[in-house]
Write a protein that binds this ligand. Sequence first.
Ligand code: ZN
Length: 300
Amino acid sequence: MLKKLLVLLLVGMLCTSGFAAEKIKVVTTLSDFKNFAEIIGGDKVTVTSFLKGYQDAHHFEIKPSDIMRLSGADMLIINGADLDYWISPLIEKSRNPNIRKGTSGCIDASQGIPLLEVPATKVDRSMGDVHPYGNPHYNLSPAAMRIAFRHIADAMSARYPDYADYFQQNALAYEKKLDAKISEWKGLLKNSQETGIVVYHNSWSYFFNEFHLTAAGYIEPKPGLSPSPTYLNELIQKVNAQKKSGVILKETYENSDIAKYVASKVGYSVEEVPTYVGGTKEASDYISMVDTIVKTIARK
Ligand SMILES: [Zn+2]
């Protein structure tokens, strides 16, 4: 009798835990793609991101625990376009065949997005320019991110056909929501063409293109290069010559002293804005992140 009870107990335990479907482990480089994979994957996935939204995606210090995390991943989603170039040695070190580049387990979200500012001649990273293959910051364009979102939804559906209907249903609902927000953002920014916008790093080309805005100037002379005092003086003169009122958009990890100095010379205000999901407390997901940026500019 006791033996029978033990067997029943054991079977019961196996049924409730041992055979329960394991969640798909997705790892992303950027927090924006974590947000997307969670929307698409719902309760079928657990997603973690290497970068927090307030960190500079151009740089990442690898820890042994990051290799472990990648070793156990079922899927990896990267930005591509060389922004998260640091993932390549990490993939090698993880020795995980599931997420190798070129396999269906490694999604490069930049595929299908036309890159801006692709240099005509080869640019060497050692020259200080951190955009050697073109501008990788398409995440600030909602239209480009809609393409990336669809690409991720289709890639996840193809890899896990049993869940494809569920993933597609989640994806379609989000696309509808995103489309409505894109129209709203266009409306909010339609009168912002005359606002002077100075930015620090050139993360903004896709955003400006989409909303027909232009940069009044860049604090970095080249992406990734610190400005010299001479360069800053030239920038101040250039911005003042435009005779606009405006704003300096500072990303969360950028130097606020330099931004404040330039602002004091051109009469602009400095606004810290999130440029990845989780960059500030308002930016809890992709839509609220873009909302924050758009409303900051539209207020000026
Ligand atoms: Zn950059």
